[in-house]
Design a protein around this ligand. Structure first.
Ligand code: ADP
Ligand code: MG
Length: 595
């Protein structure tokens, strides 16, 4: 075939292939145009999952009648005019590609009217042919109607899924857009059905309402606000508590200067921020806004602008990761954010089915509890020696008033500590709580120069597979930091010469195997400290008091006091809750007792 220049219509269709993947892409491009035009209300109507119709109506600045045809031609934009503009883009669009691309794969009608204009103007395009401009009954603002998407591109049409799936994509997209701009009203309808109605919110409480509207009422009760700044970069928003994590990463929202993204660097940084507090395979929830000088970020890195390039990506990554980690670390036991069973759970467990342990949401991939009975080593609990036990009842009432987790009153089935505080009953999963206390203690020791360790007179020799041995030896430096000295004896034997004082020699083989197992199933976060921390986490889990260990009241109190003084004490290293509260009011409800 001879070389030739492609016809315009085909060039537009090729460009459409990049930006218009499915009906939701049309919604995205049109709504972003409305936002760029400073709309305060955006109404989106779709039919048949957006394949039949996508209509976006806004009350924005509008397009002048004489420019309307130009808006539909390729590389025509009002948003940038020079390279300098491109380098500091503040608008969502700038390529001048969306309208001509959409018009080339659908039947499109655009009607617009600028604020002062006497009447509106409209143009229709189908099959590369434009009709108009002609006068239109349009009010101030712009309406774009896109019908029969991909009617002339059968190859693309084939990739479109069922109407329900496409509608799902649209709904999720509109939710993201609605979260990005609480100051703009959104309405999404599919046929007659209203899927989202989000009024304008300026006040903080209204912004909360929008979050609840999109993410559910529970989101805010299980999240903490983030607000951190470093030079020209600011991170604000909400991050879910580890106990609010989900099985899928479907509630993770990133906005950079108001633009919704699925940027890998940012998502990784967030995941790293949760590395200590999330069970493997769980995903945090968050809504995060990064505000940054537009010159420090290149948004022209992805056709759909889903990813961006930061000028200093390492710095942004570390800032985000530390901001999240710091915010999570500050979530100490605090009755203000006490994990109470949600009201629906309470309603579901009215007597006679009342069974306390079921109140604790158990993770399905919870590891089996190790049943072992051994005396509690006071050095394990660590910290200041517990105060002598005063007569239980008096002390409970007196001290409950000033300690947030209250005073221990009993141990339940060797698993839970029951305590009472000012508000009511506190239930503590003793293993989970102790695990977190130990882990944070060891991390502190690690940071202060090393975990105290002891030399073994005879090295412990453990038989392993060759690849397992390699895997351990590669991480020798981390093992050393965690208090172990290891080396290889031949190709399948591991010699352990030094172990942390916390660990009993008899437990070492088991420990080594569980570290191996965790590093195989771990998500491979390539961060410097991650390996050592993971090892400490396993160590803490293995060293923590296990079920069926009898604790005295002073020992239980000591653990409660340590929890109060420990960072991230609301979750164990696996992200499971360590404690829960039943307030007197909740108890009264359970017993149908009016007060
Ligand atoms: P881009 O958004 O990259 O500039 P588009 O093809 O999406 O390219 O739009 C072309 C131009 O049409 C925009 O630059 C803008 O001037 C105008 N335009 C499109 N949609 C609207 C709208 N809803 N309100 C006002 N102007 C619009
Ligand atoms: Mg655009």
């Amino acid at each position: 075939m001879p070389i030739r220049v492609l016809p315009e219509a085909l060039i537009d269709q090729i460009a459409a292939g990049e930006v218009i993947e499915r009906p939701a892409s049309v919604v995205k491009e049109l709504v972003e145009n409305s936002l760029d035009a400073h709309a305060t209300r955006i109404e989106i109507d779709v039919e048949r999952g957006g394949i039949g119709l996508v209509r976006v109506r806004d009350d924005g600045a509008g397009i002048a009648a004489k420019e309307l045809a130009l808006a539909l031609s390729r590389h025509a934009t009002s948003k940038i005019s020079s390279l300098d503009d491109l380098n500091a883009v503040r608008t969502l669009g700038f390529r001048g590609e969306a309208l001509p691309s959409i018009a080339s794969v659908s039947r499109l009608k655009i009607a617009s009217r600028t604020q002062g204009a006497a009447h509106g103007t409209e143009i229709s395009v189908a099959g590369g042919k434009a009709t108009g401009p002609k006068p239109s009954a349009q009010l101030a603002g712009t309406t774009v109607e896109v019908r029969d998407l991909f009617y002339n591109v059968p190859a693309r049409r084939k990739f479109v899924r069922t109407e329900a799936t496409e509608l799902g994509h649209i709904a999720r997209l509109v939710e993201r857009l609605a979260l990005s701009r609480p100051d703009v009203a959104f309405r999404l309808r599919s046929g007659e059905r209203v899927l989202l109605e989000a009024p304008v919110s300026f006040e903080a409480t209204q912004v909360d309402q929008r979050l609840s509207a999109v993410l559910g009422e529970e989101f805010l009760t299980r999240a903490v606000p983030v607000s951190q700044r470093s030079g020209p970069v600011e991170l604000t928003g909400w991050i879910g508590l580890p106990t609010a994590s989900r099985g899928q990463p479907d509630q993770q929202f990133w906005f950079v200067n108001g633009r919704s993204l699925r940027d890998r660097l940012l998502m990784n940084a967030a995941r790293l921020g949760y590395r200590d507090v999330l069970f493997h395979g769980r995903h945090p929830v968050y809504v995060l806004h990064l505000t940054i000088d537009p010159e420090l970020v290149d948004v022209n890195a992805h056709p759909q602008k889903l990813e961006v390039r930061f000028r200093d990506s390492r710095q942004i990554h570390d800032f985000v990761f530390r901001a999240i980690e710091r915010t999570l670390a500050a979530t100490r036991p605090d009755t203000a954010v006490a994990p109470s069973p949600p009201p629906t759970v309470l309603a579901a467990i009215l007597p006679p089915e009342l069974e306390l342990p079921t109140l604790l949401p158990r993770d399905p991939d919870d590891f089996p509890r190790v049943r072992e009975v051994a005396p509690l080593d006071p050095a394990v609990v660590g910290g200041p020696p517990p105060p002598p036990a005063p007569p239980a009842q008096v002390s409970a009432d007196r001290r409950a008033a000033d300690a947030s987790l209250g005073t221990a009153i009993a141990q339940l089935h060797g698993i839970y500590i029951l305590a009472q505080n000012r508000d009511g009953l506190v239930l503590v999963d003793m293993h989970a709580a102790h695990e977190r206390v130990l882990y944070e203690q060891m991390k502190r020791q690690l940071a202060d120069g090393g975990v105290p360790s002891q030399h073994l007179l005879e090295p412990l020799v453990i038989d392993l597979k060759a690849h397992e041995l390699d895997q351990l030896i590669v991480h020798r430096a981390e093992w050393e930091k965690a208090g172990f000295e290891i080396d290889a004896l031949g190709s399948t034997k591991l010699a352990v010469r030094r172990i942390p004082v916390l660990v009993k020699p008899g437990a070492v083989a088991d420990l080594v195997r569980s570290v191996l197992h965790e590093s195989e199933t771990g998500d491979g976060t390539h961060h410097l400290d991650a390996a050592a921390d993971r090892m400490l986490a396993t160590l803490a889990c293995r060293s923590a008091i296990h079920a069926n260990r009898r604790l005295t009241l002073p020992e239980m109190d000591a653990l409660l006091r340590q929890m109060e003084a420990t960072e991230r004490a609301n979750q164990c290293n696996h992200g499971r809750p360590t404690w829960m509260r039943l307030t007197m009011t909740e108890l009264d409800q359970l017993f149908l007792r009016g007060r």
